[in-house]
Every structure is written in structure tokens, then in C-alpha cells.
Design a protein around this ligand. Structure first.
Ligand code: HEC
Length: 105
């Protein structure tokens, strides 16, 4: 609980420092590598991927949902979401993932 509070503070501080964070802020190619390694077991992370878990949003639908709200997406990724294992993504990985997800629109 307390740890999550501090993670959020940290993310908010970073976001304030990067208030222009947009889909293009990170490196989409690096983000793709992270996505294929850590997210593709559950999520469809690209159009060429054909199997993933049922009832898990695709990266394309995530991109649509968070259109214009990349800050919220980055904040979401700073905390693991059950059943996602705690990956402790670094800030750079989060930015790269956000850029990659944005490229899936
Ligand atoms: C073990 C399965 C699993 C893994 C691995 C996983 N996810 Fe998820 N993810 C889910 C499920 C289930 C949901 C839907 C439930 C939820 O929103 O909590 C979800 C939802 C999401 C959402 C949507 C939240 C929303 O607002 O609708 C995002 C963004 C997301 N995941 C990103 C990622 C990223 C990025 C990775 C890799 C670093 C990842 N996930 C790895 C299972 C997983």
C-alpha cells in the first residue's frame, strides 16, 4: 500500500517533468521487444500475433482506450495488474511500451 503510494508519487513527479509525454516519447521498437517478452502471453500485442488469453484487451484496443491519455496509461503500467506478474518495469520500459502501444493504433 505505502509502496504503491510512493510509486505513484514517483510516476507523478516524472510525468510532471515530462508533461509533453506523448505516444512518441519512447522507443517503440524497444517497447515491442518488452511487449513480446512480457505481455504477449496474455495480450495480443500486434496484428500478426494470433493467440493470447481470452478476455484480455488487445494492445490495439488499449491504444484506442487511452488515446490522448498516455499519462494515465503510463501510470497504469507503473503498477502490476493482476494477473500480470510484478515485473517492476523501469520508467524507460514504460515509455517504450507506451510508444509501442501507440504504434498499434
Ligand atoms: C498474466 C497475464 C497478463 C500479462 C503477462 C500482462 N497482462 Fe495486461 N492485462 C491482463 C488482464 C487480464 C487485463 C484486464 C484486466 C485488468 O484491466 O486488470 C489486462 C489489462 C491491461 C491493460 C488495460 C487496462 C485498462 O485500462 O483497460 C493494459 C494497459 C495492460 N494490461 C498492459 C500490459 C502490459 C504492457 C504488459 C506487459 C508488460 C501486460 N499487460 C502483461 C493480463 C496480463
Amino acid at each position: 500500500m505505502i509502496k504503491q503510494f510512493f510509486i505513484h508519487l514517483f510516476v507523478l513527479a516524472l510525468l510532471t517533468a515530462n508533461s509533453n509525454l506523448a505516444w512518441s516519447g519512447g522507443d517503440a521498437e524497444l517497447g515491442q521487444a518488452v511487449a513480446q517478452k512480457w505481455c504477449a502471453t496474455c495480450h495480443l500485442v500486434s496484428d500478426s500475433q494470433t493467440t493470447a488469453s481470452a478476455d484480455v484487451p488487445t494492445f490495439r484496443s488499449i491504444a484506442a482506450k487511452y488515446d490522448d491519455n498516455t499519462d494515465a496509461l503510463a501510470a497504469f503500467l507503473a503498477d502490476p495488474h493482476p494477473p500480470m506478474p510484478s515485473l517492476s518495469l523501469t520508467w524507460n520500459q514504460i515509455r517504450d511500451l507506451v510508444a509501442y502501444i501507440g504504434s498499434q493504433r
